[in-house]
Ligand binder design. Structure first.
Ligand code: IVH
Length: 668
């Protein structure tokens, strides 16, 4: 083994090397080595650091990902408030902004402005002391935000250490965003898992930064651009332009296309150029920001309580088009909500062809007086789904047909109702085929009961043939019945029945999620399972009790209470229980086991009899800990099929390995 000094030198040089490659890859887009070579450097560093834990520093590239989930975020006070920007869509107002500035400064000549894109993301503040990234926070209310350091560290374009000379204190502000492609991929994954997709990249970025588990947050492909200054000590700038150039040298990513101009006209021309490029960018921008360049002038101009007087957001107009609304269809969702959808004559907008738009609900259709046959103006903001802005009434011929929400469900013909205090209209029939199909798909989805093979086509057949009236009926299916369905053989029928059987052992929290209670997502389901360790306790909980669970607000609580008030839902629960589905948290009876207590387990490869999270839960219930990486401190490495490098590591360090069978035996 190397001497400690030698290891320290090697660690230093590895960090420098990794850092350089990070920069080449993430910021300059000019990688010099392959991913595999990069991974090898990283692996080497982690190994050395594990062998010498005393040499780990917070700015090591190994510290980007990981850390245990947090209970809640700490708070951070912003020494300099994080303001927002005054904004406009009109050229006249931008000119007026320029005039105001000249007046306040009593100057005639042209003002120097920097123009830069305004990415639609989440504002964050990054604090560096002696060049090391020590804290990152959200804007919050402008004065106090959340400490999201762990989640920010995972963003590769945030330097953990600033390059160059020592700077006592530097706080920079920037925008965290999710590039378009990453956003689309995340939404696909969400839909696969039966979860609600994000409406736009901004929500996706905000949602990802708010995750309490930094390991999950790290998997979301977030990026950042730095655009303004906070507190500073031991460094100063004369102009914003200088700041941006320096920021780049320090290792930050700044907006591409930031540019300096003399006079507002040229600045605005530049903004218009960017508006043209908008759809071809790999991220969503909603305008340009125009800022006074000289920091001394900013001082003179000052700020209002909400925004600086020296900066202005010049927003792009939403991209609009007009087309004919050919029909209004009514869709029935998983919770029975009827949603009117506009069927449009296809039209190109913001780079895609649009043929549908959401109309949200009947109130919206009424308010905008939208009729079938109308020419309508549609708009695409940052959201995935375009919306109908208004009717072009001058195009009316008199032949347009007003729309009324049906008073019967378009799928099952049951009566529909409007719940008091809600705009939504719902189908009252819990067994409605449309609802049932959507509920079943959700029930079997990956994030819920994870029943492989229960796809759209099969679900439709099962419901249409009357074989299934509620999700619990799945457990009464047999191979013969399933094998008789279209496009089903004996083999796939058997596989499906096995998958259904296997789902009985899913975590109780997943069962809660699978029930499809309105507004109860995976995160809420996890917490609810913790607070109410059995379904009986959960079903009995009052709205007040439910609200004591973090992340459960009054609306969700009432939705839960209403869910359990429905007799049909209670029947489903009883049937699930009778079928042997896991309806209680096994975490409760403290089955501490001395073979597990205080021991650290690492999982590698694929287990055949349980999911990874099930295995982790079983370990924790017995008093053990789990970790994502193997070190000398690991006690056991559980080795599934196709194990990864953790297995080699275990052998190398002499950590005890367990096969799945040995692990299962140990559990008994
Ligand atoms: S400068 C004092 N520059 O837009 C405020 N903001 O609507 C300084 N934003 O909260 C902000 N891109 O998070 C600035 N290039 C840019 C920006 C930008 C996006 C965000 C920022 C701010 C919000 C205001």
């Amino acid at each position: 083994m190397k001497s400690k000094e030698e290891a320290a030198r090697r660690i230093q040089s590895l960090r420098r090397e990794i850092h350089r490659h990070n920069r080449l890859y993430y910021i300059e887009n000019q990688p010099e080595i392959s991913d595999a070579e990069y991974d090898a450097l990283m692996k080497k560093l982690i190994e050395l650091e594990q062998a010498y834990p005393g040499l780990v520093t917070p700015d090591s590239p190994s510290q980007r990902v990981g850390g245990e989930p947090l209970e809640a975020f700490g708070t951070v006070e912003h020494a300099i408030p994080m303001l927002s920007l005054d904004n406009t869509y009109s050229k006249e107002e931008v000119l007026a902004f320029d005039a105001r500035i000249k007046k306040a400064l009593s100057v005639r000549p042209d003002i120097e402005y920097v123009a830069e894109p305004k990415i639609d993301g989440v504002a964050v503040s990054l604090r560096y002391e002696d060049n090391v990234f020590i804290q990152g926070s959200t804007r919050g209310n402008g004065l106090v935000g959340d400490d999201i350091t762990a989640n920010l560290k995972a963003i590769r374009t945030i330097p953990l250490r600033l390059e160059g000379d020592r700077i006592r204190l530097l706080e920079v502000r920037g925008e965290v965003y999710m590039p378009r492609q990453a956003f689309e991929k995340l939404n696909e994954e969400k839909e696969d898992a039966g979860e609600e997709p994000f409406a736009n990249p901004r929500n996706a970025a905000a949602g990802s930064l708010k995750l309490l588990d930094p390991r999950i947050s790290a998997r979301r492909k977030l990026d950042i651009v730095v655009h303004s200054l906070g507190q500073m000590e031991g460094v100063s700038f004369e102009t914003h332009y200088q700041f941006l150039n320096t920021a780049r040298k320090l290792g930050f990513k700044v907006n591409e296309g930031f540019a300096l101009f003399k006079g507002i006209e040229k600045t605005m021309e530049y903004c218009d150029e960017w508006e043209e490029k908008r759809d071809s960018l790999p991220y969503e921008i909603d305008g340009m920001v125009i800022k006074v360049n000289q920091l001394a002038l900013r001082e003179v101009l000052g700020t209002t309580s909400k925004s600086p007087r020296w900066a202005f957001a010049y927003k792009f107009k939403a991209r609009q088009a007009s087309t004919v609304l050919q029909d209004i269809q009514v869709q029935v969702g998983r919770t029975g909500v009827l949603t009117p959808v506009a069927i449009l004559e296809p039209v190109r907008l913001a780079g895609t062809v649009i043929s549908r738009a959401t109309l949200h609900n009947a109130d919206e259709v009424r308010r905008k007086d939208i009729r079938v046959g109308d020419t309508v103006l549609i708009e695409k903001g940052g959201d995935v789904i375009p919306k109908v802005v208004k009717v072009v009434t001058t195009k009316r011929t008199g032949k347009e047909k007003p729309f009324a929400m049906p008073d019967r469900c378009p799928v099952c013909s049951s009566k529909v109702i409007q719940v008091e205090g809600e705009v939504a209209i719902r189908c009252t029939n819990i067994a409605c085929a449309a609802q049932l199909k959507n509920r079943l798909k959700h029930f079997g989805s990956r994030g819920a009961m994870d029943i492989e093979g229960l796809g759209e086509v099969l679900v439709s057949q099962l419901v249409d043939k009357g074989l299934i009236k509620d999700p619990a009926d799945l457990y009464a299916l047999d191979v013969e019945t399933v094998a008789n369905l279209e496009r089903m053989g004996k083999k796939s029928a058997q596989n499906l029945i096995d998958a259904i059987e296997g789902s009985k052992k899913r975590d109780y929290s997943r069962v809660i999620f699978a029930l499809g209670i309105p507004a109860v997502g995976t995160r809420a389901a996890d917490l609810l399972a913790e607070y109410f360790p059995s379904v009986d306790e959960f079903a009995r909980a009052t709205a007040e009790e439910l609200q004591s669970v973090p992340e459960v607000g009054p609306r969700t609580a009432e939705g839960i209470v209403r869910f359990f008030t429905e007799e049909a839902n209670r029947n489903v629960i009883a049937k699930l229980k009778a079928a042997g589905v896991n309806m209680a948290s096994s975490a409760r009876p403290v089955s501490l086991d001395e073979r597990f207590v205080g021991k650290t387990f690492v999982l590698t490869g694929v287990l055949s009899g349980m999911t990874r999270s099930d295995a982790e839960q079983k370990i924790k219930q017995r008093g053990g800990k789990t970790s994502g990486s193997v070190s000398r401190n690991s006690d056991y490495v559980i080795v599934g099929e196709n194990p990864g490098s953790k297995y080699d590591k275990a052998l190398q360090l002499g950590v005890r390995t367990l096969s799945e069978a040995e692990f299962v035996k140990m559990l008994q």
